[in-house]
Design a protein around this ligand. Structure first.
Ligand SMILES: C[S@@+](CC[C@H](N)C(=O)[O-])C[C@H]1O[C@@H](n2cnc3c(N)ncnc32)[C@H](O)[C@@H]1O
Length: 223
């Protein structure tokens, strides 16, 4: 369902179906990166990702799905792990590649950034031991979540680990896409090949929340 007819050149969605977020905003994700940093683009890795990395949470080949301008992916790569960051926003990928050029040269890190649709990850024909979703899951509606979770399963090694950092419905000043624990558990469950190991309260930093917005940090195993 992700292929559309017509020419790609003048299609801001490059042949894929616009996501629910894009339909609501009327703009492709790429537009978020045109006029300065996007609200979530804090110019450094999310503290929750840095903490997880320092605790040894990342292992093997890593994919960052919806990587944006690459701060989280670059941080994980700095640990010495091979990382692939994917996104549909070409402008974000160009910024990420530019950052990587500087840092890879200095520190010998192994990182790639590629255009890929989170609903079609099987087209990468690769699998990963660790999968990171920082701020993507929460942008999808119910129907999209089902397709996205199946797509994630196609690239996650059995016994591999998926981390989802998403806005939560807990407390005041939630982000624009609050997600409940129940929604996470409904999306990832034993019947579709996942085991939710933990869902911890956390914070997701944005350019508009002084102390970050309430978030869930979910650790989910591929069975
Ligand atoms: C809220 S931003 C988070 C970006 C990044 N993870 C960060 O923490 O800065 C969501 C990202 O997902 C990307 N995205 C949205 N829909 C996507 C899809 N179907 N496939 C791949 N990336 C997608 C957007 O372009 C955007 O960069």
């Amino acid at each position: 369902m992700s292929d559309r007819s017509g020419t790609f050149a003048d299609d801001p969605f490059k042949g894929r179906w616009p996501t629910s977020h894009e339909r609501k905003s009327g703009l492709p994700w790429d537009a978020s990166y045109h006029d300065g940093p996007a609200p979530w683009d804090i110019g450094q890795p999310q503290p929750a990702v840095v903490r997880l990395a320092s605790e040894g949470g990342f292992a093997g080949a890593v994919i960052d799905v919806g990587c944006g301008t690459g701060e989280n992916a670059l941080h994980v790569a700095s640990l010495g792990l091979p990382v692939l960051g994917v996104d549909v926003a070409e402008t974000a990928l160009a910024i990420a590649r530019e950052k990587a050029r500087g840092r890879a040269k200095d520190r010998g890190i192994e990182i790639e950034f590629a255009a890929a649709d989170a609903f079609q990850l099987e087209s990468l024909e690769r699998t990963f031991q660790t999968v990171l979703d920082c701020g993507l899951f929460h942008t999808f509606d119910g129907e999209e979540r089902t397709r996205y979770v199946a797509s994630l399963a196609s690239v996650t090694e059995h016994n591999g680990t998926l981390y989802v950092l998403c806005f939560s419905d807990g407390g005041p000043d939630t982000g624009p896409h609050p997600v409940s624990q129940e929604e996470l558990r409904a999306a990832f469950n034993p019947s579709n090949g996942w085991d939710v190991v933990a869902i911890e309260p956390d914070r997701l930093q944005t350019r508009y929340h002084d102390r970050g917005a309430p978030a869930w940090f979910a650790t989910i195993k591929r069975t």
